[in-house]
Design a protein around this ligand. Structure first.
Ligand SMILES: NC(=O)c1ccc[n+]([C@@H]2O[C@H](COP(=O)([O-])OP(=O)(O)OC[C@H]3O[C@@H](n4cnc5c(N)ncnc54)[C@H](OP(=O)(O)O)[C@@H]3O)[C@@H](O)[C@H]2O)c1
Length: 287
């Protein structure tokens, strides 16, 4: 292999929460990777993509996104440039160099009004700017003609970065009482489990859409109670309604992603309580 041959895996948005899980997975499996984030790569710029993604790249893992869900309401055009048109540009570049694009989307592309898990091909109906912009990205990816794996996920957590688990450990450790919403139902997802399962889908799956989350389901309140229990925190966590905590972006009431397609390829998804216990045994201190 010459010095100019690119590493097989290129991680885009490499400073984010999920990208770190990918790095650790690839390292553990002895697979070569390069990681780029802004300013080395900007997925809204075709010129930047042409410079940063060389011929010979085999897999591009897109962890880059405008992920501030409430911020998207106020800055929908900026979010659309990244989550929508940026994904389209990235897909075009991947097609041009013959790379597979592994891309992430969200439960927010669905309406959240169902009462059974959403299959991968369920009708879309985003209720927020974040969901709308991510759906544009999905549509441009599918139209691009590149070899892709579109992976929807939800409620991500990891031992690092800003996420619900680390926030709840901190809050339930210092407060006597806390209210957490109990009328939104979904599936938590360990970023490490997501990276490992994504790698399997990249290697053994076919082009198309997949859902990857932990197994089981819960409300944010149930999630918080289990986090506090594992942490040994005695805070009284009371259930409340979404209406008690108005936010700029509407949250889905029911956003359980159906796992049948993924489980038929990769086997059963581990239960969220097992993944949570594993992650909480390795929680990092705030930096
Ligand atoms: N977190 C969740 O609960 C969740 C749930 C469902 C789906 N997802 C999806 O999962 C994926 C990974 O999420 P995450 O939580 O790991 O994200 P994250 O931690 O917010 O990381 C996103 C990264 O993308 C970078 N980025 C933003 N705009 C960019 C651009 N134009 N070009 C290149 N890089 C750019 C960000 O850099 P800056 O810091 O400079 O902005 C950041 O390093 C995303 O597609 C997200 O939509 C996440």
């Amino acid at each position: 292999m010459s010095d100019t041959t690119p590493q097989p895996y290129l991680l885009v948005g490499a400073n984010g929460m999920l990208a770190r899980a990918w790095k650790e997975r690839l390292e553990a499996d002895g697979l070569g990777w390069t990681g780029l984030d802004r300013p080395e790569i900007d997925i809204t710029s075709e010129q930047s993509l042409a410079q940063a993604i060389p011929q010979g790249t085999r897999y591009v893992v897109n962890c880059a996104a405008f992920t501030d869900v409430d911020g998207c309401e106020e800055h929908e055009d900026a979010a659309l440039a990244v989550n929508g048109f940026g994904v389209g540009k990235l897909a075009e570049r991947c097609k041009a160099v013959g790379a597979m694009l592994i891309h992430y989307s969200t439960d927010y592309v669905f309406s959240g009004e169902a009462n059974a898990p959403y299959p991968v091909d369920a009708d879309k109906g985003p209720q927020s700017a974040y969901g709308r912009t991510k759906l544009v990205g999905e549509e441009l990816l599918a139209k691009s003609g590149c070899d892709y794996r579109l992976i929807r996920t939800s409620w991500l957590y990891a031992p690092w970065a800003n996420n619900f688990v680390r926030t709840m450990v901190r809050l339930t450790g210092k407060l006597d009482e806390l209210k957490v919403v109990d009328d939104q139902r979904g599936r938590p997802t360990s970023a490490e489990h997501l990276a490992a399962c994504s790698l399997r889908i990249a290697q053994d799956g076919e082009t198309g859409a997949y859902h990857v989350t932990d197994g089981g389901e819960c409300t944010w309140h149930g999630f918080a109670v289990e986090i506090a229990r594992i942490a040994g925190n005695t805070c009284d966590i009371a259930p409340c309604t979404t209406d008690e905590f108005p936010r700029p972006a509407k949250r889905p009431t029911y956003s359980v992603l159906g796992l049948e397609k993924t489980e038929s390829l990769a086997g059963p998804m581990p239960d969220w309580k097992d993944n949570l216990a594993d992650v909480m045994a390795r929680l990092e201190e705030d930096s």
